[in-house]
Design a protein around this ligand. Structure first.
Ligand code: ATP
Ligand code: MG
Length: 241
């Protein structure tokens, strides 16, 4: 199977599930496979907290790559709410579509990291209606990577997100954002249930690795669809367990 190219959305079942770490993992694996990679973050919120932006975090782990943040807002809220609270212009859907297409012209793979989960209000359409990452996927004709938690509750959140994507005919796969170093029964049973849709699993702690080690390890955490070399979940699970 050849890997996904063109625009690929990285969404999640929730905020703080590891979308940024997974974006860096896919970027590193794709670059190791010789692809030109760009990362676009349409709406970055919480910039007043002084933490590095998601694009900066990806760049630290997977540089060098093109990174673009389209709109930044100080409060740690959904992008549309953050725009309203700060009295800043909301991001327009077609501004995001055009920015991603621009990068697609210059790169083999363009990873677009959402904010929070799939149906978070990102900005406004010309009609004044909110748009979500699901709308962006449809407008771009792009597939989506759903980053999911490993523990209790993930099966429901993952199924809801996959169902919403399927309803919109957006092809999708799942990556576990942080696979624990000491998996418990629930992690193993979740892994079994997620495997049919699974495109990768990133070990917990990966985000804190030395970037060189991270880049060398990344292909081993992803299947060929995401430019990795992982082909046997049983071997992988035994090695990481
Ligand atoms: N595999 C991992 N290894 C180490 N830390 C991780 C891993 N996955 C997630 N984390 C940590 O968990 C937190 C949330 O991860 P991350 O920022 O990637 O989430 P996110 O889904 O991108 O959130 P947001 O919705 O804010 O963009 C971060 O502090 C990150 O460093
Ligand atoms: Mg993030």
């Amino acid at each position: 199977m050849t890997g996904w190219e063109g625009p690929v959305l990285v969404t999640g079942t929730d905020t703080e599930v590891g979308k940024t770490v997974v974006t860096a993992t896919i970027a590193a694996a794709a670059q190791a496979a010789g692809l030109r990679v760009a990362v676009v973050k349409p709406g970055q919120t919480g910039t007043a907290g002084g933490e590095p932006s998601d694009v900066d975090a990806v760049n630290r782990l997977a540089a060098p790559l093109t990174g673009r943040t389209l709109a930044s807002y100080p409060d740690p809220l959904a992008p549309l709410a953050a725009a309203r609270v700060a009295d800043l212009p909301p991001l327009e859907l077609y501004t995001a579509v055009d920015a991603v297409r621009d990068e697609v012209d210059k790169h083999d793979l363009v990873l677009v990291e959402g904010a929070g989960g799939l149906l978070v209000p990102m900005g406004l359409r010309p009609s004044g209606e909110p748009w979500t990452m699901a709308d962006l996927a449809v407008s771009l004709g792009a597939p989506a990577v759903v980053v999911a938690r490993a523990g209790l509750g993930t099966l429901n959140h993952t199924a809801l997100t996959l169902e919403a994507l399927d309803r919109r005919a957006v092809p999708a796969g799942v990556v576990i954002g942080a696979w624990p170093a000491r998996p418990e029964l629930v992690h193993w049973t979740n892994l079994t249930d997620l495997v049919p849709n699974l495109l990768g699993a990133v070990p917990d702690g990966a985000g804190a690795m030395d970037p060189g080690v991270f880049r060398r390890s990344a292909p081993g955490w992803l299947t060929p669809a995401l430019h990795g070399v992982l082909d046997d979940w049983r071997v992988w699970a035994e090695e990481s367990g």
